[in-house]
Design a protein around this ligand. Structure first.
Ligand code: FAD
Ligand code: MLT
Ligand code: ZN
Length: 472
C-alpha cells in the first residue's frame, strides 16, 4: 500500500493487514449495518461507499481504508480497540470529518472508527448549565437543543452543521467566540474516553471544581485522536444571550483594525463576543463563491465583523452607540452596517464563515493557521504576498490565485490562505520553511487552533504519526 496524500511515507510494517476474519470478529461486536466492509468475501461496500470516509473536507487527503466501523456505545469501542490492540491493527478515529489538516482520514489502510452513531444527549442541568453528551453529537444539533432550554454551546464555528463535539474536543477547536467564552480547556468539565488498549477512562465529571489528582482530561483536549477515542463530554454551557448585535465595517489599514479592537474592548468590554477580520482579497473571494453581493458599497482594504451578546437590549444598544461614535468620529472605520434583523445578522456572518469554503474552490489551497503578536500579525500576509509576486507565481493563469488573511483578531489568530489552481512543488518550496522561520522570528505559533498541516510539507518527506500501539 502507498499513501496517496503523503507519497514519501512508508506504511509501518508493524501494523497487521486486515483480514476477512477480523471483519467477522467485528461482526460479533457490532450490528451488520454498523460495518462498511470492503474486505470480506461477503463485503457490502464499494470504493464509492468508502470514499466519503477516506477523503477529507477539502478533498486534499485520501486514505485507502477498506473498513469503516460505526459503534453505538463506549463498550463497543472498548471491545473494538482491545481487539485492534491485540491484532496490531491501525485505527483512525473520525468525527464529522471537517478537520482541515488531514487528521480524520487514514494515511494508508487504517480502520476508520466513525463516531456518528454515538449521538445521544445524556443529560442537561439547566441550573448549572452542565451538558453531558456523546462524542458523536453534531455541534449544531446540540446548540439547537440548548437554545430550546435557554442556553448555548460555548463554541461556534463555520462547520457546526457537520462537526462533532468529540471532534471539537479532539482538535481543541477555537472558533468564532473564543474571546468571550474561552477555550475548551476551561469549559470542559469531564471526558469519557477509550484508550488504545480498550481501557475505558471515566473522567466524566460534572463538577465545576475538582482538584483531586491530575487533570487527565486536559491531555485529551487537542490530542487529535492520538491517545484515545473520546466517547462523551461534559461541558459548561452559558445562558443564551437575550440581545445579539452584529456590525460589519470597512477599514483603511491593518493599523485601523487594531485601533478598532482597542475601541471595542473599551466600549463593549463584557458584551463583546466576536471580533473577526478579513482582508479585501478574502472578502471578494467569499462573495464571489457564495454568490453574495458585497455588503458595503465600496471596496476597503480590511473588514471586521463585530458581535455583541448581552442580557439587556437597552444597555447593549447604549454601549454599541458609544462604540460606533468613537470609531466613526476618530475615522477608525471608513464605512459600516449594523444588522437590523436575524436574517441580516446571518448574512453578515455568512460572509465570514464562507471564507474557508471559498478558498478551497480554485483547485487547491495551502492553509496556515498561526498565532502572532497583534502588532505584526498582518505583516506576514504582506511579506508572503510580496515574496510570491516577486517569484512570478501569482495572478491570472499563474499557479497562485492570491494570498489572503482572515481570522480571529480577538485571539491573535491569523488564517493565511493561498488558494492555488493546482498544487506545485515550486510554490510549496516558496512557502516553507520561509513561513515557519518568519513565525519563529516573530515569537508566533505555527499551529494556533488547528494542528499543523504536515501534508504542506509532504514534498520534504516529513513524517505523520500513526498510532503506535506498542508505546501505549
Ligand atoms: P474530524 O475532522 O472528524 O477529526 C478531527 C481530528 O480529531 C482527527 O485527528 C480525528 O482523528 C480526531 N477525532 C475526531 N473525533 C474524535 C473522537 N471522538 N475521539 C478522538 N479523536 C477524535 N476549527 C477551529 O478551531 N476554529 C474554527 O473557527 C473552525 N472553523 C471551521 C470552519 C469550516 C468551514 C471547517 C470545514 C472547519 C473549521 N474548523 C475550525 C476545523 C475544526 O477543527 C473542525 O471543524 C472541528 O473541530 C473538527 O470536528 P470533526 O468532528 O469534524 O472532527
Ligand atoms: C475559520 O476560522 O474559518 C476556520 O478556522 C477555518 C479556516 O482555518 O479556514
Ligand atoms: Zn479559525
Amino acid at each position: 500500500l502507498t499513501s496517496q496524500s503523503y507519497p514519501e511515507i512508508k506504511r509501518n510494517p508493524n501494523f497487521a493487514l486486515i483480514t476477512g476474519q477480523d471483519v467477522s470478529h467485528f461482526g460479533t461486536i457490532l450490528s451488520r449495518n454498523s460495518i462498511i466492509d470492503g474486505i470480506s468475501p461477503e463485503n457490502n461496500a464499494s470504493e464509492e461507499d468508502l470514499a466519503p470516509f477516506n477523503v477529507d473536507w477539502m478533498n486534499k487527503y485520501r486514505g485507502q481504508s477498506q473498513l469503516v466501523l460505526k459503534p453505538k456505545s463506549t463498550s463497543e469501542i472498548s471491545k473494538i480497540l482491545s481487539y485492534c490492540n491485540f491484532r496490531k491493527l491501525a485505527v483512525v478515529p473520525q468525527g464529522g470529518n471537517t478537520g482541515l489538516v488531514g487528521g480524520s482520514v487514514p494515511v494508508f489502510d487504517e480502520i476508520i472508527l466513525n463516531l456518528s452513531s454515538m449521538n445521544s444527549i445524556r443529560s442537561f442541568d439547566p441550573v448549572s448549565g452542565t451538558l453531558v453528551c456523546d462524542a458523536g453529537c453534531i455541534l449544531e444539533v446540540v446548540d439547537n437543543y440548548l437554545a430550546e432550554r435557554g442556553h448555548i454551546f460555548p463554541l461556534d464555528l463555520g462547520a457546526k452543521g457537520s462537526c462533532h463535539i468529540g471532534g471539537n474536543v479532539a482538535t481543541n477547536a477555537g472558533g468564532l467566540r473564543l474571546l468571550r467564552y474561552g477555550s475548551l480547556h476551561g469549559t470542559i468539565l469531564g471526558l469519557e474516553a477509550v484508550l488504545a488498549d480498550g481501557t475505558i477512562m471515566d473522567a466524566l465529571s460534572i463538577l465545576r471544581k475538582d482538584n483531586t489528582g491530575l487533570d487527565l482530561k486536559q491531555l485529551l483536549i487537542g490530542s487529535e485522536g492520538t491517545i484515545g477515542v473520546i466517547t462523551a463530554v461534559s461541558i459548561l454551557c452559558p445562558r443564551k444571550p437575550k440581545a445579539t448585535n452584529v456590525a460589519f465595517f470597512g477599514l483603511p489599514s491593518y493599523s485601523h483594525v487594531r485601533k478598532a479592537f482597542i475601541s471595542a474592548k473599551e466600549h463593549l468590554s463584557e458584551i463583546l463576543s466576536a471580533f473577526e477580520f478579513m482582508d479585501s482579497a478574502a472578502q471578494k473571494l467569499s462573495c464571489h463563491h457564495s454568490g453574495t453581493r458585497q455588503v458595503l458599497e465600496q471596496d476597503h482594504p480590511f473588514y471586521v465583523l463585530i458581535e455583541t451578546q448581552g442580557s439587556n437590549e437597552t444597555h447593549d444598544s447604549e454601549k454599541l452607540e458609544a462604540f460606533l461614535e468613537n470609531v466613526m468620529s476618530l475615522q477608525i472605520v471608513s464605512d459600516g452596517v449594523l444588522a437590523q434583523d436575524e436574517s441580516q445578522l446571518k448574512s453578515l456572518w455568512k460572509l465570514r464563515e464562507f471564507i474557508p469554503e471559498a478558498c478551497s474552490k480554485s483547485g487547491g489551497v495551502y492553509k496556515y493557521d498561526v498565532s502572532l503578536p497583534l502588532d505584526c500579525l498582518y505583516d506576514l500576509v504582506t511579506e508572503l504576498k510580496n515574496r510570491l509576486v516577486d517569484a512570478g507565481v501569482v495572478g491570472e493563469n499563474k499557479t497562485v490565485v492570491d494570498v489572503m488573511g482572515y481570522g480571529h483578531i480577538g485571539d491573535g489568530n491569523l488564517h493565511i490562505n493561498i488558494p492555488v489552481r493546482h498544487y506545485s512543488k515550486e510554490v510549496a518550496s516558496l512557502l516553507e520553511p520561509w513561513i515557519f522561520e518568519w513565525i519563529g522570528l516573530h515569537n508566533g505559533s505555527i499551529s494556533a487552533e488547528h494542528e499543523h498541516d504536515q501534508a504542506n510539507e509532504g514534498h520534504k518527506g516529513s513524517l505523520r504519526p500513526q498510532w503506535n500501539f506498542e508505546s501505549v
